[in-house]
Design a protein around this ligand. Structure first.
Ligand code: HEM
Ligand SMILES: [Cu+2]
Length: 564
């Protein structure tokens, strides 16, 4: 495999081999540890806030006026969908880049550290106004609701921090390619390249938005173009969703086959899936704005088409994964139609968690296709259905994959071992999380169909009969939330235990060998310059016309409002 043959000038194969046995370069390990620590602290705090919301929504508690439902909701959204995911993704991919490219370049490591501190400082600057009730605008921060300017400044610092990490990754991969002419980028680094390309290009629009909002919130600019802001936000928000997804998919393709003792599916197909996800991704953003006025049906249709086109690489992934699972199960002696399923290592959390994540993606993806359809969107728009949907996608498919990764990645970076006892803890955690999300996300989907709105604290609307009919479902929501917080506590305990207290030892970074040698993969798959150009053409197709239209025929702008 590439990892043993990576050549860094002046290093003998022996040193490299021993380095591999000894585990990760300590400086790189420290970086990932820092990223993982912030990610899981965000999970802890965000999870507790989630429980408070769940209990309030079910009418079981009432949050105090100095820390109300909408403040909690804003913090929950930001901590879980921005902080947890960004820090995990970067920490994970940087560990993988270090592992598969023979260590991070010192310059790149410095960039990742500067990026880390920019994000942490940005986070603090953004969170203080939320706590002070000066930025209760939810994680989507739609104008004309206006937060304190410091909230937006914090967000801008977070984005710049992320960009530094993206450029660091590009530099490391480019340097490796120069040193290894004719070789394919190692598959893990290929995934990382795709993710960082999306992170950078996908966040340009929202950065422009945030800078306008800073000027507007300070009063330097009297009004803001609301529709333009929402559009720029979703060009990023929708891309972010697929960044998480691509990160999870990297573990499904590369790590899961190794853990079950198999090989990964066609290397060529894997790379094509990554390229397709990168190219087709960004111009799907309007499916979050299906009911927004001011955009033509044709444009909305185009974006819906692009959204559904993401289903195509997803189906390729489903096929590839079930192929690997069945083939490995049969190799292990599974017979009959489904006998191979029994041979898979269900008791190994490193398999169980991502496996449940993959299964959850089947209904989660189907729900997404439903939502992206114009007529069906009218039924569920802004109801709790949508909240149920993203707790199933990001809160289950993505996060359970991240949890599964943590049971080998944290021991790997800490030069420790996953003990059988900790594995059991992980299995129990996975089951609790799955049950919790079944209850919570299931009841959110259902009560959403009955009309219960999202982003609304508990109310009976003057004892309206329909609203009272939602109550039983909201109790199930709270039951699910309670199970989930137990899951959060176990997971955070497991992460920090594995980081600091587990027995010392060597843990492998699991990367499966491909079924067909990588040198059979066509060379054109590595042409990232071309993929980026095609991606930009597709992005222009989806965005140039509406953006020009929104700017040239701008509706009257809005002054800032504090609606809370
Ligand atoms: C302890 C586990 C969790 C509980 C109990 C929980 C509960 C909730 C509840 C009750 C809502 C508010 C619904 C509303 O009024 O619209 C919510 C919103 C949300 N949750 Fe969670 N959640 C949990 C974990 C997660 C995770 C792991 C993620 C993502 C990684 C996540 C992402 C979100 C987002 C993005 C929102 C929407 C915020 C908004 O509408 O502005 N949650 N959650
Ligand atoms: Cu989307």
């Amino acid at each position: 495999m590439n990892t043993t043959t990576v050549n860094r000038k002046g290093k003998s194969t022996l040193i490299k081999k021993s380095e591999q046995l000894m585990g990760m370069n300590p400086a790189d390990a420290k970086l990932t540890k820092a990223y993982m620590s912030v990610a899981f602290i965000a999970l802890l705090i965000g999870g507790i806030l989630g429980l408070l919301q769940g209990l309030e929504r079910a009418g079981l508690i009432q949050l105090p006026y100095w820390f109300n439902y909408y403040q909690v909701l804003t913090a929950h959204g930001i901590l879980l969908v921005i902080v947890l995911t960004a820090f995990f993704t970067i920490g994970y991919f940087y560990a993988g880049l270090s592992h598969t490219l023979g260590g991070l370049l010192p310059k790149v490591r410095t960039m990742a550290w500067v990026g880390f501190w920019l994000k942490v400082v940005g986070l603090v600057i953004a969170v203080v106004p939320i706590i002070m009730n000066e930025a209760t605008v939810m994680y989507t921060f739609y104008p004309p609701m206006a937060a304190s300017p410091y909230f937006y400044i914090g967000l801008a610092l977070i984005v710049v921090g992320i960009w530094l990490c993206a450029f660091g990754a590009f530099i490391n991969v480019a340097k490796w390619r120069k040193a290894n002419p004719g070789k394919h980028i190692p598959i893990f680094a290929f995934f990382a390249t795709g993710v960082f390309v999306l992170l950078f290009f996908g966040s340009i629009g929202v950065t422009i938005e945030v800078f306008t909002l800073i000027a507007w919130a300070f009063g330097w600019k009297a009004t803001v173009n609301v529709l333009l802001s929402r559009t720029l936000f979703w060009s990023f928000g929708h891309t972010l969703v697929n960044i998480w997804y691509l990160t999870a998919v990297s573990a499904w393709y590369v790590v899961v086959p190794k853990i079950i003792g198999g090989r990964r599916f066609s290397d060529t197909l894997t790379r094509i899936v990554i390229i397709l996800l990168v190219i087709t991704n960004i111009p799907g953003g309007f499916h979050h704005q299906i009911v927004d006025p001011g955009m033509s049906q044709t444009l909305k249709f185009l974006h819906m088409f692009m959204s559904i086109s993401i289903g195509f690489p997803s189906l390729m992934t489903a096929f590839a994964m079930f192929y690997v699972l069945e083939k490995t199960g049969r190799k292990l002696g599974g017979k009959g139609l489904l006998g191979w399923l029994k041979k898979l290592p269900w008791g190994d959390v490193r398999f169980l968690a991502p496996m449940i994540a993959m299964i959850a993606f089947i209904p989660a993806g189907a729900g997404g296709i439903a939502q992206t359809t114009n007529q069906l969107n009218q039924v569920v728009h802004n109801t709790l259905w949508v909240v149920g949907h993203f707790h199933l996608t990001v809160g289950t498919s993505v996060i359970l994959t991240f949890f599964g990764i943590s049971y080998w990645l944290i021991p790997y970076i800490s030069k420790r071992r996953l003990t059988p006892r900790m594995n059991k803890v992980g299995v129990v955690q996975t089951i609790i999380w799955t049950l919790g999300m079944l209850f919570m996300s299931g009841s959110m989907h259902w009560v959403g169909l009955l009309g219960s709105p999202r982003r609304t604290s508990y109310t009976t609307y003057g004892d309206n009969a329909t609203a009272l009919g939602w109550d039983p479902y909201l109790i199930f929501l709270a039951v699910g939330g309670t199970l989930l917080i137990i899951g959060v506590l176990i997971q955070v305990f497991a992460v920090f235990h594995m980081m600091f207290f587990a027995p010392k030892g060597v843990t492998e970074f699991p990367i499966a060998e491909p079924e067909v040698a990588e040198n059979q993969t066509p060379a054109w798959t590595d042409r990232w310059g071309l993929w980026i150009v095609i991606m930009l053409i597709v992005v222009s197709m989806g965005y140039v016309v509406p953006l020009v239209d929104l700017i040239v025929n701008a509706p009257p702008g809005s002054p800032p409002f504090k609606t809370w």
